[in-house]
Design a protein around this ligand. Structure first.
Ligand code: GAR
Length: 186
């Protein structure tokens, strides 16, 4: 059984999909959820599943204490599932090749600072793209720039709204993210 830590600050639908997928499978144990947003939906999920939560602010996130705390969970994989802060380089250095992120677009397009959640989908629709998708990639010190693990595409119809695109992207994420994690853990 491998230990996974989930970093999330949003509704947590990806966290939920990951928990559902690994339930009863003896592959991955979610040992902690790291969150920087009080009241985030993912906190209810953590409570329901009895998973310890590490709340962070910018100061704690970049502290040595935080890295030491993460080490105590003995994680095999650190998973950013709707997490928006840049990962401090000390953490990246401590866990090389063991931190992954999901991004709701086909990187290198529509990535970088400020490109998250609905911002991404609004921009993709504004630009009249014919397709979008998801990117699961390794994390380095730069936003959305680590090596790509997998991408999945979806087509965009002419009258699709950003909300419709967001829904399609979530479907791709919920399918591919747990499976990519399983692949990496095995
Ligand atoms: C997901 O679509 C994820 O790809 C995105 O935030 C959403 C979180 O949804 N992440 C980023 O934009 C990172 N740059 P969720 O809380 O329902 O899982």
């Amino acid at each position: 059984m491998k230990n996974i830590i989930l970093f999330a600050s949003g509704a947590g639908s990806n966290v939920q999909a990951i928990l559902d997928y690994f339930e009863g499978k003896n592959i991955a144990k979610p040992v902690a959820i790291v969150c920087n947003k009080a009241g985030a939906g993912v906190l209810n999920i953590a409570e329901k599943h009895d998973i310890p939560v590490e709340m962070i602010n910018k100061e704690r996130f970049s502290s040595e204490d935080f890295i030491n705390k993460i080490n105590t969970y003995n994680p095999d994989l650190l998973i950013l599932a709707g997490f928006l802060w840049k990962i401090p380089s000390a953490l990246v250095e401590k866990y090389p090749g063991k931190i992954i992120n999901i991004h709701p677009a086909l990187l290198p397009k529509y990535g970088g600072k400020g490109m998250y959640g609905m911002n991404v989908h609004n921009t993709v629709i504004e630009q009249k793209e014919k397709e979008s998708g998801i990117t699961i990639h390794y994390v380095n010190e730069h936003y959305d720039e680590g090596n790509v693990i997998v991408q999945a595409h979806c087509t965009i119809a002419e009258d699709d709204t950003p909300e419709m695109l967001a829904q399609n992207i979530h479907k791709l994420e919920h399918f591919y993210f747990p499976r990519a994690i399983e692949f990496l853990l095995k």
